[in-house]
Design a protein around this ligand. Sequence first.
Ligand code: ADP
Length: 532
Amino acid sequence: MQAYPLTLTNHLKRARAFFPDKQIVSKLEAGVFRYTYRDFAGRVAQLANVLRGLGIGQGDRVGTLAWNSHRHLELYYAVPCMGAVLHTANLRLSRDQIAYIINHAEDKILFLDEDLLPLVERLSLDSVRNFVVMLSDPHGTVPTTSLRPAHNYEDLLRSGSAHFEFPELDENMPAGICYTSGTTGEPKGVVYSHRGLSLHSLALCLPDAFALSERDTVMPIVSMFHVNAWGMPYAATMVGAKQVYPGPHPDCKTFAELIQNERVTLTAAVPSVWIAMLAELDRVHYDIGSLRTIASGGAAVPQSLIAAYERKFGVPIVQAWGMTEISPLATVSRLTAAMEDWSEKERLRQRGKQGRLIPGLEMSVVDGQGREIAWDGRQSGELRIRGPWVADRYYKGQQFADGWLHTGDVVTVDEHGFVQIVDRTKDLIKSGGEWISSVALENAIMAHPKVLEAAVIAVAHDRWQERPLACIVPKPEFRNLITKEEILEALRSHLPAWWLPDEIVFIEEVPKTSVGKFDKKVLRERFKNVQL
Ligand code: ADP
């Protein structure tokens, strides 16, 4: 067979040739902007010319600090297809962390959305030679700024020719770089190759993964600065799906309006977004009937959430598990044909698991003694993964020792091969030598009808080393009408007595990380002195 390179340039050529009239929709400050793949491909070529004109060569890093928009999508293709490396910096990190990752990646240019000017002006950046501002008004001018030189994205594009000879690339060349969001430590860079992203795009489209096709209207809510919006923009362009980007105000109203007006069929976001959306949809009526699948992951999806969307809207939430280091997709929780005959309760329980490994990857789960665990749904161990879209090192770091990515997630595997996350190693509660799963406790608490969100953390304990503390956000209508005792009572029927939280605190909101996950680091700090 031919050693034909798997590159993102193939996506671009295919999209231009086969789907010139399909739409890309982008919510801007000024309103909804829409254009076609034909216009998109032309602007990508213009942008590639601009990059070359600004001195960007093969392997150079190009940074973005931007929301989900059509311009960010243009960068997703222009940068890697001209041979450079796209670094999508996470704009929700702290200022120090943003400066750290841009300096660490040695970005030569920074593309930023206009509203982020004040943020970028305060960063101390070593390597950036040009700033390019993406204005909310395409005909506007760049506001006065201390950034120099600060170009106007649209002006630059107008100056670039719409003809660009994209170079033949080696499929192993780097295409992108993304830093972990630092939930459990300092951000670390993960470099994605053209080959890895191409194979990951194909995998995403498999029927038992997310089944993307030309017929879909795909709206990635998950940020384009978080693991390439889970690879959705690349897969959607590859198959020629209509794409919708929610822009600089990622709120529930915007999402619901876009789903309704653009007839979105597939969308993706972390569970905390779907928890908030449920409250919005309860308050205001929107027609979300066009949705065929909601993809969710990044944190455990409560069974009660899956059940609520099914019951109220008939829309399936499909859970997936992944990591920045895995591009990110690794497992998807899709029922097999035989499971369709199971009772509703059993099906829900299965969908609450993180699911089965997708083709192309290999997994291994080993216990503390390095032994492979049995697939019995009870034994647990650390999940390790390898495959063509799995990182083998961190940027500027040493190659991982044994050829496996050690995920730091403790899991069980049932007889059907469905992985279930027990916890992150760091979040496990070690009580008297036994483990308590914070994920299982949260799942059970969030099933309570008066509870909006719950996070469970370990607190030091004289006798048992650690014991669970539950931080609960009641639904607004039950704010003062919920008691610790009724929560404990509800848990007693589902969980072993020694798992029950020693203390429950009611809080206003669970703090979230830069990508919308529960931030347990903050809660651990806040409640570290609680006496149990
Ligand atoms: P960060 O490490 O900064 O949180 P990632 O997005 O790479 O950024 O996080 C990957 C981790 O998120 C996984 O190791 C796992 O602990 C958690 N995770 C991802 N998907 C799920 C899921 N469906 N259920 C439970 N945990 C998940």
